[in-house]
Design a protein around this ligand. Sequence first.
Ligand SMILES: Cc1cc2nc3c(=O)[nH]c(=O)nc-3n(C[C@H](O)[C@H](O)[C@H](O)COP(=O)(O)OP(=O)(O)OC[C@H]3O[C@@H](n4cnc5c(N)ncnc54)[C@H](O)[C@@H]3O)c2cc1C
Length: 442
Amino acid sequence: MASPVETEKNPIDVTVIGGGLAGMAASIHLSRAGLRVLCIEADVADTDPVGESLDWSAPDLLKTLGLPMQSLLDQGIATYKRHVVLKLRNGSEQHYVPGEWLGKPPFNIDLRTLHVDRSQLNRAIREIFLASGVTLIADRVVQVETTGRSVDAVLTASGERIASKWFLDASGSAASLFPRTFKLPAYEYGPHKVAMWDYFSVSESIEGTTLHTDGAGPRYMEWVWQIPIHPDTISVGYVSPGESVKEKRQRGLTVQEIFLAQLERFPDLRGLVQSTDSPRTTSFRCRVYANIAGPNWLVAGEAASMVDPMTSNGVTAALRQGAEAAELIIRYRNRGRISRLAGAMYGQRVLSLARFFNSAIENVLYDWPIRNRIGPFQAGDMYTIPAWSLNVVYSRLRPRGFVSTTFFRLLVGSLRSLIGLFHWICSRSGPSPAVSAAALSG
Ligand SMILES: Cc1cc2nc3c(=O)[nH]c(=O)nc-3n(C[C@H](O)[C@H](O)[C@H](O)COP(=O)(O)OP(=O)(O)OC[C@H]3O[C@@H](n4cnc5c(N)ncnc54)[C@H](O)[C@@H]3O)c2cc1C
């Protein structure tokens, strides 16, 4: 890793803030195109990375970085994900598998995707990133200097002032540096949520992601993920509204006790209770910003849009947005500023997809009306069929210009409105559960 750079002596073309997936993906694409890239990362130790169950579009995006599916499997970084299982406390379960038609022309999608060990994946991408010539510095951006809608420089905690022609904000959802600097409009979804998770050794695992939940009943759904990141290691995590965790903490429960109580509730997970210390935790709010492109800057990854973990769409979004943001800088490198239309189209694509994923998962699964009306298994179908198909259509259509982006936005907007309408109808046709049973237990 390089020591802090003197940017006047070593001019750089692009400053990338954040060396997570979006920042590293963008840096690699930019550097391969011959741009001089400086990436500033506050946590080079990469503490507790998340994002282990990948959507079907992610493997192709990893391949463009130099990490084809087979090499990730051969290196023990990934396991196959062939389906998603929704498993209820009463033992019933439903398997969600991508439709056979997706594997046939014109889609030709590989019907397998991956679970990944995120620490190992991040290390593998970082090797490619450093080998591609990107300069990485360990520092934290604390201030953004602007003139009008342009970014001039960023100031770091160690006192560096870093100026460049182009900037990419990939600082993640907790920081969202440019959206906050430019006070960009935000759309928020669902309550603040808390996730707590840990890793367990198992004798065998299945080639799928399992979501454990109560199913029909609770007003707002809480759930536990089970992801086989290695054939003998599973990641298990509990996601809950922050208020529910706060209330349990006020009753004197520790984070570990809250986590263990959740594992106890599901027959498959009870056996794990003896082998956990203090779980890792994080909190988040699902949200997406509008207008995420300026004349010489863009926002990518969770800094632009935080999609709910249940959608398994964050990794795809980060890699895809990193690639598209890099594409725009490369296209406009000689002109010196991104065309307003191209920047607006990029922003619209990010906005429409994040709004769809977040509103669909909230309306169909987290919230009670649709889940209780048609049952959790059919609600699972109602979410997965359009959500998985949209990602496939996006990967194949590769919308970039006005016409393809508008077509895609209309498609996504119509699906979102239909689901919103159905949620409204269901909320009027059944009694509202008063208090979450899950929130009262444990
Ligand atoms: C609990 C949970 C579970 C998830 N599970 C899944 C899943 O199963 N599948 C899936 O696809 N997605 C999942 N996601 C989402 C996925 O992990 C993320 O969308 C993805 O990793 C985001 O990558 P990113 O590069 O945008 O952000 P990050 O990985 O957050 O990277 C941002 C980087 O910026 C750095 N940074 C922050 N501020 C500054 C600053 N001021 N200066 C310099 N650097 C800074 C940070 O240190 C960080 O390294 C999950 C998310 C959560 C919260």
